[in-house]
Design a protein around this ligand. Structure first.
Ligand code: CA
Ligand code: CA
Length: 263
């Protein structure tokens, strides 16, 4: 599998833009939340390959380039639900091809953030990343463990290279394998209870392990995804009761109106 992957990465390197080669959160910052109930959605994000998340569950780690990084910040301890769903769409860029593949999404949540501008972005093949991770690993990404990835020295500002640290909290993935959500429908969701205040990163990618095979005609396909974060304390039961009572009342009024109109 390793040799296959190296060849695949070579191909991927030739066909992908440099901009997606480093860990970045552009377009994928869910925002900052306290314990007030709030939701945030980030749509039309694109990941290459349908295996990026699950490839980081094995002994030789995974390639962070085949994942997407999201971030959010909590000001107070609270619950957070993260949901990801495969999204077929046509990018707004003129002449861009539609993103048609159905992603089987998998993701992991970590405490910590990658380096963000003005610091240099982290990447798998930086000297400091390679020095940190074991030899013969496919990349720095680990789906079920703590992990580190670093940037290059900043020669302009005289800053040394540094490692970012991601402390593993939990994960979920779409599919029917061990530990999956049991239904391969392009959707996965998980609630993390009582997260503390601080910065968090989510790494998302495909969860079809066999999709990384070089013979897969969809090896380098692009997959679209929309992600939703729900933060804060879910409304109290009394609030639900009032809401349901209100809906019931509206339903009764509507039924009465329909009936009245039909007479
Ligand atoms: Ca791997
Ligand atoms: Ca599912």
């Amino acid at each position: 599998m390793k040799k296959i992957l190296k060849y695949a990465l070579l191909l991927a390197g030739m066909t992908s833009l440099p901009a997606i080669a480093h860990v970045g959160y552009s377009g994928r910052n869910f925002g900052t939340f306290d314990d007030t109930y709030a939701t945030s959605t980030r749509s039309e994000q694109v990941v290459t390959g349908n295996y990026g998340w699950i490839d980081g569950t094995d002994a030789d780690y995974g390639d962070a380039h085949k994942t997407l990084a999201y971030r959010f910040t909590l000001l107070n301890p609270t619950d957070v639900t993260l949901s990801f769903e495969s999204q077929v769409f046509t990018p707004a860029t003129a002449g861009a091809a539609p993103v048609l593949g159905v992603l089987l999404p998998g993701f992991s949540l970590y405490q910590g953030l990658a380096h963000v501008a003005p610091m240099g972005a982290d990447y798998d093949s930086s000297d400091i990343s390679k020095a940190y991770r074991p030899e013969n690993t496919e990349g720095a990404f680990r789906a079920l463990n703590d992990w580190k990835i670093g940037n290059a020295p900043d020669t302009v500002n005289g800053l040394p290279a540094a490692l970012s640290f991601f402390k593993f909290i939990g994960n979920a993935y779409d599919g029917t394998g061990f530990g999956s959500d049991g239904v391969a429908d392009g959707k996965v969701s998980h609630t993390f209870m009582h997260l503390g205040a601080g910065d968090y990163s989510v790494f998302l990618g495909g969860s079809d392990y066999l999709a990384q095979d070089i013979s897969n005609p969809h090896l380098l396909d692009k997959y679209g995804v929309t992600g939703t974060l729900v933060a804060g304390v879910v409304p109290e039961p009394e609030t639900y009761a009032m809401l349901l009572a209100g809906l019931g009342l509206m339903g009764a009024i509507t039924r009465r109106r329909i009936k009245a109109g039909s007479v």
